[in-house]
Design a protein. Structure first.
Lengths: 250, 235, 330
């Protein structure tokens, strides 16, 4: 019983740390509004990495899926990407390129590409051949088919990949302080000054940010699902499939 | 004055000569000579990964059996394991810290909770993909529900189950590199021991990737061995 | 004036004898292939060997350390030396920054760890850095008195002092035309300073530079201590906080700015032991620690740091080498 109250107390302290902050012995401010700065750095890094990753992976996946080639590449890139630990990737970039925003972003882009690429590819190949044939029969060019037929039908799964990627990037941006970028990982990796309370507070913020992103992008994913697809019966297994596509069954 | 016996030998290092190791470069010979530094972290890493996978598989399997019979469980279980999947492992280590302290336990709990969703949904997908005719045939032969499950549905679902286990294995190896933040050692600790020495980072990181690939291959081999009919079907 | 040929001959003979002795002693080369140039000797008394005392076996010591090379080496030296004296020793190195290490000591997680006099006075006892005594012994006495109130015994300090310093590359120093920290006035607002994370909260680091020298930097970037030289080499940092005992300074030719306003205090390393452990460990503890520290002058500690940072040996190996080369452990 006392341990329960004890750790509730620690979490309570952490929540207070987030909203009010503290003044350290030396007179510097930590917590409170300072966490907003950290969160903003965290988000900047995430947006930058996701932006570049989407710009590379979605067109590549769309193209490969449309021409129905390169399935080995598109699927393997996810298998390999999963096997590379995020810490090793960041450490490698720090060792070879040094610290700095660009270098960390590059590392995160590499991390973010696989789920988006694989999901885009799988999504496009899952569009039924009959539909594409019908479109071709109607006189659409290749590019038009991609834009008007394959892309809208593939959007839900693409967003599923974007969602997985975004959560991964947010999680990895927590170790960005190793490379000198002060994200919400700063109180976790560079504990000094923040104390155990600050560290717990940052962990809670990162967790909250990840869950928020997951829910927000999930809502977007539902919003971009074309009405036709929505007519399918909403069974639990369909929900699971939409969420993760075929990534599960490689 | 000059005491020549029993003193620390000082070397003159102001020459600044280019030397692979001294310049923090990638030095294969150094790696070969000092490889024994990596065996302990590697063993710890394997230990953490395997234990987490075994426990994760056990829990997911139980949940899947439950949800298979009582379908309404699927929603809540997916939600809860989904939340656990979304929480960044690093955050989970420190959220657990006040409760379970530093050490292997905290790391294993976090690694297990991450893998639950992946394994659970794959077991469910595998079971759901068993053709209805096969199940009917089984029932027609007089099999009880339980016999049907263990003799028909699970064997047919094995490819998907093992595929899920493969994914869980590779991601768990990757996450276990962060385990040293929870006080559990592993290859991540070795990376941190010298984060600017390229040879060190490449070796420790490379070992993690190799371990993931090895686990992936082992589970794939098990899958091929245990489900010979899938090979025939593909041929 | 005509030289005396006999004196010249005797002098030459003496020189030859000394030279051959020296060559014979330097004869054994490092097999790791990292030694450049001739080895030089330090002047120091050869320490007498540590003897194992079976009474010490029942005393359990856990030696901790902070999270950079010099600390890990010191921790290993104390651990291995005390183990040689018969104590049951365990290590918990790489704990974190000074606040984490002190907390571990106070909660009993570790029995002892090495701390620097300047760091202790500034970080733990809130003494403004320009009020810390410049004399190493006086600084130690003050720290010792303050620690006694915390029920911690501070053993006498090492000969070497390892100070924080503001470092930059030679090219940058020439470009800016600076030799002292005060020279940065008027220039610092365009410069980025890289330091350890705890530097942000320390009077003998960023806060001191801001308050004592009145410097405002364009940006302060906290990075892991291990990266303090990398950021200079890769051109990301204009200035970086380095330690005077870093072997990389000589190797890479960094310039250390002179602390003309005396902001940086002395940083001799002393072993902090909890009072209970000190009582329990008996007289062998201070005696062994004294023997271990005798040979640790600036050149020695820099050499040991170099063996870890440049030769890439483990702190454990290097501590073992120190003990055997100094004759402390046979």
């Amino acid at each position: 019983m006392t341990t329960t109250i004890a750790f509730l107390g620690e979490f309570g302290d952490a929540i207070q740390f987030i909203f009010q902050g503290q003044t350290t012995q030396e007179g510097t401010e930590v917590g409170g509004s300072q966490f907003l700065d950290l969160t903003w750095e965290h988000l900047k890094l995430t947006f930058a990495a996701m932006g570049v990753a989407c710009a590379i992976a979605i067109p590549a996946g769309l193209w490969l899926g449309h021409i129905r080639r390169g399935s080995f590449l598109a699927i393997s890139v996810s298998n390999v990407g999963r096997a590379v630990p995020s810490l090793a990737l960041i450490a490698l970039f720090v060792a070879y390129l040094g610290t700095g925003f660009t270098n960390v972003t590059l590392a995160l882009v590499l991390l973010a590409i696989p789920p988006i690429l694989t999901n885009t590819y799988v999504a496009v190949t899952q569009v039924e051949g009959d539909t594409v044939d019908a479109a071709r029969g109607m006189g659409m060019t290749g590019a038009e088919i991609v834009r008007k037929v394959e892309l809208p039908l593939a959007l839900p799964l693409i967003f599923g990949g974007v969602r997985i990627s975004a959560v991964n990037v947010i999680a990895t941006a927590t170790i960005a302080p190793l490379a000198g970028i002060n994200t919400l990982g700063d109180p976790i990796i560079n504990v000094s000054g923040y104390g155990d309370t600050g560290r717990l507070a940052a962990a809670m913020c990162v967790a909250a940010l990840a869950i928020f992103t997951e829910l927000a992008l999930g809502a977007v994913q539902r919003a971009v699902t074309p009405a036709g697809l929505k007519l399918e019966p909403d069974t639990a297994s369909r929900r699971m499939r939409l969420r993760f596509g075929r990534e599960a069954t490689t | 004055m000059l005491d020549l016996i029993a003193q620390l030998q000082i070397q003159d290092r102001s020459g600044g000569e280019a030397d692979c190791v001294a310049d923090n470069g990638f030095c294969p010979s150094w790696i070969v000579d000092n490889f024994d530094r990596y065996t302990d972290p590697l063993v710890q890493h394997v230990y953490l990964t395997v234990i987490s996978l075994v426990i994760g598989f056990g829990i997911s399997f139980g949940l899947a059996l439950l949800a298979h019979r009582r379908r309404w469980f699927i929603g809540p279980i997916t939600q809860i394991t989904g939340v656990l999947y979304t929480l960044p492992s690093l955050a989970v280590f420190f959220l657990l810290l006040p409760i379970t302290g530093r050490g292997n336990t905290t790391a294993i709990i976090a690694l297990v909770s991450y893998s639950l969703l992946i394994i659970f949904r794959n077991i469910m997908a595998g079971l759901d993909n068993v053709p209805a005719e096969t199940k009917d045939a089984g029932r027609g032969m007089g099999l009880t529900d339980r016999q049907l499950l263990w003799r028909v549905e699970l064997p047919l679902a094995l490819p998907e189950i093992l595929a899920g286990l493969r994914i869980a294995a590779t991601t768990t190896v990757g996450l276990a590199t962060l385990a040293f933040f929870a006080g559990a050692g592993g290859l991540g600790e070795q990376i941190f021991a010298d984060i600017i020495f390229k040879s060190n980072v490449v070796t420790a990181g490379g070992l993690a990737v190799l371990l993931a690939a090895a686990l992936d291959a082992v589970i794939l081999l098990v899958q091929r061995a245990v489900t010979p009919w899938t090979r025939a079907r593909a041929a | 004036m005509k030289r005396n040929p006999l004196a010249a001959g005797l002098l030459a003979l003496l020189l030859m004898l000394t030279a051959s002795f020296t060559i014979a002693a330097c004869g054994e080369d490092d097999d790791e292939g990292s030694s450049t140039g001739a080895a030089t000797e330090t002047t120091g008394e050869s320490a007498s060997a540590i003897e194992s005392n079976p009474d010490n076996k029942k005393v359990k010591l856990t030696i901790g350390s902070k999270n950079f090379t010099e600390q890990k080496v010191l921790g290993e030296i104390y651990a291995q030396g005390l183990a040689a004296a018969g104590y049951t020793v365990d290590t918990q190195l790489n704990l974190g920054d000074e606040k984490i290490a002190l907390k571990a000591l106070e909660t009993g997680e570790i029995s002892a760890y090495p701390e620097y006099t300047g760091t202790a006075l500034g970080s733990f006892f809130g003494v403004p850095s320009n009020e810390i005594p410049k004399d190493p012994q006086a600084a130690y006495e003050e720290a010792k008195a303050d620690f006694a109130k915390k029920k911690i015994t501070a053993l006498p300090p090492t000969p070497f002092t390892s100070s924080n310093e503001v470092g930059l590359t030679k090219e940058k120093a020439d470009e800016l035309g600076v030799t002292k920290i005060s020279d940065l006035e008027g220039k610092s607002q365009d410069l980025t300073l890289y330091g350890s994370p705890e530097c942000r909260q320390r009077e003998d680091c960023l806060l001191g530079l801001q308050r004592v020298y009145g410097l405002k930097f364009k940006k302060f970037v906290p990075v892991d201590i291990a990266l303090r030289h990398e950021v200079l080499d890769k051109g990301q940092a204009d200035l970086s906080i380095v330690f005077t005992t870093d072997p990389q300074i000589k190797r890479n030719g960094y310039v250390l700015l002179e602390d003309d306003q005396g902001m940086f205090p002395p940083y001799n390393s002393m072993l902090l032991v909890s009072d209970d452990t000190y009582q329990e460990a008996g007289l062998d503890l201070p005696e062994v620690v004294g023997k271990l520290q005798e040979g640790l002058n600036a050149a020695a500690i820099q050499e040991l740091n170099a063996r870890v940072d440049i030769d890439k040996k483990t702190p454990e190996q290097v501590a073992g080498e120190y003990l055997s080369e100094s004759g402390l452990v046979q």
